[in-house]
Design a protein around this ligand. Sequence first.
Ligand SMILES: Cc1cc2nc3c(=O)[nH]c(=O)nc-3n(C[C@H](O)[C@H](O)[C@H](O)COP(=O)(O)OP(=O)(O)OC[C@H]3O[C@@H](n4cnc5c(N)ncnc54)[C@H](O)[C@@H]3O)c2cc1C
Length: 319
Amino acid sequence: MAGLACAQVLAARKIAVSLFDKGRSPGGRMSSRRMATPLGEAVFDHGAQFITAATPAFAAQLRAWADAGVAAPWPAAGAGSWVGVPAMNAVPKFMAIGCDIALETQVRGMCRDAAGWYLVHEAGRAGSFDAMVVALPAEQAAAVLGLQNLPMARVAIGTPSTPCWTAMLAFGEAIPAPPVIRDRGIIAWAACNNSKPGRHGVHCWTIQASAGWSRRHLEAERDFVTASLREAFAEIVGLPGLATIAETSHRWRFALSGSAGSEAIWDPATQLGVCGDWLIGAGVENAWLSGRRLAELILTGVEQHHPQMRIGTAARLSR
Ligand SMILES: Cc1cc2nc3c(=O)[nH]c(=O)nc-3n(C[C@H](O)[C@H](O)[C@H](O)COP(=O)(O)OP(=O)(O)OC[C@H]3O[C@@H](n4cnc5c(N)ncnc54)[C@H](O)[C@@H]3O)c2cc1C
């Protein structure tokens, strides 16, 4: 979200932006997971569960996504809650339309010479680029920032994230339970994906373990985690021995960010910037705000220090 939001603002000013993401499709922690079951495909939002807006700007953005058919209100999570339609990843996928994105590209690091920035990935390197933006969870940002900008890396290291083990459970029939269950024992959140707008088909639930349980079992086997969360869920809904038709778990090592108390960081001297939810605090809205703020800082720098760049025509951040 942060990287895409930043890219959108820059692209609107005709700056060429190249994005690199290790994922198979855009979305990061807003991704959705498909799972084959004997009754057909189940689709889970296994990262962000719902989106809220505290700022008028993001509220307007949510309405714009709704107009485009990729988001809709989901009152089950509370007033003012929205989700992607038909799945959470519809929003980042929509934002990515027209972007130059290299997917399944794991970034290993970056370096700089007189020509500009280069990005080092598994298959080689990309660049040069006039500027570089790091839009990763804090811990992963720290790893790539370390050799280039120690103060930025220090801020990232000082903003640790909370993990979240997430089970995805598919059932042969509907579970007689409220669509959202919060803070019950080791379960922080359980949501029936079918209760979200535009979802049909196999009955499936996303179950998130509490932060404490996730931390204690961070290195546990996936099957143990899935069984533990299934059993805890079965107990909560009063159906001991509840069986699934398909199930798995995902470990989000850096699920919910801390807050660095900043919006975005930009170093005009080296043309290096960092954005992400963790600059402001956990949540989709904060990632969006941080990405946009970084773009504004970059554009201010371009206008002040690179007047030869013809913003609005053919200025390029990448070349
Ligand atoms: C389980 C869970 C539940 C959540 N629930 C909610 C919720 O209900 N509401 C809410 O608002 N927020 C929720 N969040 C938080 C929300 O998802 C995040 O705040 C937001 O999506 C963060 O966006 P971002 O762009 O900052 O980071 P990310 O989405 O993490 O984006 C970072 C990107 O970097 C990529 N990447 C990482 N390392 C590399 C590398 N080495 N090379 C290349 N690419 C790399 C990743 O693939 C990813 O696409 C939840 C998160 C999780 C995990």
